[in-house]
Design a protein around this ligand. Structure first.
Ligand SMILES: [Zn+2]
Ligand SMILES: [Zn+2]
Length: 187
């Protein structure tokens, strides 16, 4: 599956901004092959989104979510200004309006650590989730994703979720992620 062109992504991102009733719909979207662990990032003031072609070629089903995620950062900045939490209620409401689950999960591509034969045999996969509170850093490794209030700080809307296959490699990869790495994945 080939990745869409930057031109097509600009069209999609512009349509998102129009849908969110953002007056200034100028936006740039580029593929940046220098990105490593981050699927995408948004430069709010510049109105620019950079996407990771390596990660998204491995998981093209994630592209719509990542594009909406980053476009919602730019829309939130234009609608509500700079002094809002990155993944707080403003951003979450834009995600919902665009039909995306606002408590986003980020797949980390640990599949590549497994032998190809094992990947081919796998029919249904189950996942393990690392749920990190962006407010207090509380972290939970969960076999089933649950939201609700953070045990550490009582916040409801601050969860960042990383998802990996429920294998020992997946668990190890999630366990090793630092809070800074999780936050960086959601830039
Ligand atoms: Zn917390
Ligand atoms: Zn983000």
């Amino acid at each position: 599956m080939s990745l869409p062109s930057a031109t097509e992504l600009v069209e999609r991102a512009t349509a998102l901004l129009v849908g969110w009733r953002v007056v200034d719909t100028r936006i740039a979207v580029v593929w940046n092959d220098k990105l490593t662990t981050t699927a995408g990032r948004a430069f709010q003031r510049a109105g620019r989104i950079e996407l990771n072609p390596t990660l998204l070629a491995r998981a093209p089903d994630q592209l719509p979510m990542v594009l909406v995620h980053e476009a919602a950062h730019i829309a939130a900045f234009r609608l509500f200004g700079a002094n809002i939490p990155a993944h707080g209620r403003h951003w979450r409401s834009l995600m919902r309006l665009a039909g995306q689950e606002p408590a986003v999960t980020h797949d980390i591509p640990v599949d590549d650590l497994r032998p190809a034969a094992a990947r081919a045999r796998r029919v249904r996969r189950s996942y393990v989730y690392l749920r990190v509170c962006d407010s207090c850093g509380d972290r939970q490794l969960l076999d089933a994703l649950r939201y609700g209030r953070c045990a550490g700080c009582d916040a409801r809307d601050s969860f960042l979720v990383m998802k990996a296959p429920a294998s020992s490699a997946g668990r190890a990869a999630l366990s090793q992620l630092s809070l800074a790495q999780v936050r960086a994945a959601f830039d």
